[in-house]
Ligand binder design. Sequence first.
Ligand SMILES: Cc1ncc(COP(=O)(O)O)c(C=O)c1O
Length: 431
Amino acid sequence: MTASEPRRLDFETRQIHAGEHIDSDFGARVAPIYQTAGYRFDSLDDGEARFSGRSGAQAYSRNENPTNAAAGRRLADLEGGAAGIVVGSGQAAIAATLFALAGTGDHILATDRLYEGTRQMFLNSLARQGLVVEYVPESASEEEWASRITDRTRALFTETIPNPKNDVVDLERLAGIAHRAGIPLVVDSTVATPYLCRPIEWGADIVIHSTSKWLSGHGAVLGGAIIDAGTFDWGAQPARFPQLNDEVRPGVPSFVERFGAAAFFVYLRTVTVLEYGPTVPATSTFGLLQGIETLSLRMERHTANAQAIAEYLERHPAVSSVDYPGLPSNPFHERARKYLPLGSGGIVSFDLRGGKDAAAAFLDAIELITNMTHIGDVRTLALHTGSTLHVRLTEEEKAALGITPGLIRLSVGLESARDLIADLEQALSAL
Ligand SMILES: Cc1ncc(COP(=O)(O)O)c(C=O)c1O
């Protein structure tokens, strides 16, 4: 920062003000819910300008409305990206990103520990569209990673803090591997949130969120977001991204020629999201915006509670292991210190010595904590992932992913740590 540059506002300020929508009609201080399908065109020329992209104004709410646009701007700011867009769910954000990057016969490389819903999408729906996702263990050598990248590889996909095992990823190393091959690094950073880690600062090119989780924070709405760093050179290897480099139609230059480093984002917004229509209702985005305004405060409490609970569980005789990188004994502790200096997130997974029977008894015994799927809720939730999220996997597949019979995932909420530990204590003593 030079003396003449203004100081960038702090995160806590930007989560409230960045990208805010200014209501010129009534001066409403909170971004209004723009619950409208369309927008009146002033003239034939205006309609044409909106449809052709010459004007930035909205044409139709399938890919954006002013409420959603405010959330996209705010998330782009918080992640340190150039632009952002919100869609109907985290899964929709992942699907839209990969559909924008890849087509039939194309290849995505992914780290092997990912949220199971994403893995199921890769296995079933993306495979049916002809997209091949290949998994590589995150710890594989650079040579191993490089040897899997082919002419058809379109992205390297990972999660900052993989759900549910919390095995923190070395983002800087993966970004180096991706960039040396000329492919973008796409990071699902749902569990970290931009308060705990900003993948773009470590080299990521596209950041994805399920905004249904901590960003909204109240467990009341679904949503997803895609943020583009705006720095990837989409024209460096034109054959890898023909949808961005080929002339759109005779006389219409390519997205790269017209938009440079923004080519991917403009394509995502004006082609992929507009055509597939994974629209999020403005009412849901209103809930998201309300949540983002208090993100830092909530994440401080989520991580402090999670840390206290992880330390308690690690000492409990009924618990054989705890997956929480905030624990000094955790193999990812050093990485967490580098990538997550403000705390290791709100998920604590732990393995019960008594296996599946003990897990069932534990879930029957909890009173304050809810047996429910979902994460990032204001309430603390417990889930036996082996019989729910991972129910479609064989025992061998579960074992390979560390999903042991006694594994419980806690999404630690905002209640008092003392009350949560008291509920855990009474439930564990029932085993
Ligand atoms: C890491 C991660 N990514 C994506 C998703 C999918 O998000 P959504 O439920 O909003 O589709 C989830 C859901 O739990 C998740 O944990």
